[in-house]
Design a protein around this ligand. Structure first.
Ligand SMILES: CC(C)(COP(=O)(O)OP(=O)(O)OC[C@H]1O[C@@H](n2cnc3c(N)ncnc32)[C@H](O)[C@@H]1OP(=O)(O)O)[C@@H](O)C(=O)NCCC(=O)NCCS
Length: 201
């Protein structure tokens, strides 16, 4: 997740301002109703008799997004603050994976923007699954729902960044058809290099 341009002294502010200026984005990015009221299921699967459902995140989920981000992303920087701010800014499309009523992961998609050759690009800002739920298809389910949202937004491609040493994530992304575009040195606030990956939608 993340790009170094969003960090440093004013990176975060610049990022939010760019997202706000990006033109039409996702409708109702942060619904204010609860899951039980919205119940818009964006995907589901079964694993060992447990149903996993994908639903849009709502405002109260900022607490969960902060908590999981802190646990899985803090080795890269202050992503608990950053991702919570991106979520609350209303400029992202964020979904949750639920096992029954329990949150087991989330994914966050940034607004689309015009890339090279005026192609429309969406960026996966974060994908995270509860550590005890890894390897059960939850990440793949979230990714599938994110790709569907990109299609709805007429994106031409989906890009993402992940740490060069994050092999489980890269394996999942490659399985979904992503390929590496470039390596960005010292991309993360804590100094790790990132690989930028992309997929045509
Ligand atoms: C990367 C990440 C999101 C993957 O989530 P996940 O839920 O483990 O992903 P999946 O279960 O869909 O796929 C992972 C593996 O489980 C396997 N799997 C999927 N469904 C399965 C099932 N029903 N039974 C057994 N294995 C299964 C997949 O084939 C895949 O195997 P592979 O590693 O050999 O390719 C997770 O590791 C994570 O949250 N990491 C920390 C945060 C992070 O690094 N995010 C990515 C950068 S933004």
């Amino acid at each position: 997740m993340g790009t170094s341009g969003r960090y440093g002294k004013y990176g975060e502010t610049k990022r939010l301002s760019r997202l706000r200026k990006a033109g039409p984005g996702f409708q109702k990015a942060v619904p204010e109703t609860s899951h039980s009221m919205t119940h818009t299921h964006l995907g589901s699967t079964r694993f060992y008799g447990t149903n996993i459902n994908i639903v849009p995140a709502d405002l109260k989920d900022s607490v969960y997004i902060r908590s999981l981000s802190k646990r899985v992303f803090s080795i890269y920087g202050h992503y608990d603050d950053t991702l919570t701010n991106w979520f609350l800014s209303g400029t992202s499309f964020t979904i949750l994976a639920l096992s029954g009523k329990k949150n087991v992961g989330f994914a966050m998609l940034g607004r689309s923007y015009l890339g090279h050759s005026a192609s429309r690009v969406c960026e996966l800002l974060a994908l995270a699954v509860e550590p005890e739920m890894h390897g059960r298809g939850v990440g793949g389910l979230l990714l599938k729902a994110i790709e569907n949202e990109c299609r709805k937004n007429q994106a031409d491609s989906l890009v993402l960044h992940t740490s060069v040493d994050n092999l489980p994530a890269q394996r999942l992304f490659r399985k979904f058809g992503f390929s590496a575009l470039e390596t960005k040195l010292a991309f993360y606030p804590e100094g790790q290099d990132a690989v930028m990956m992309s997929k045509d939608i």
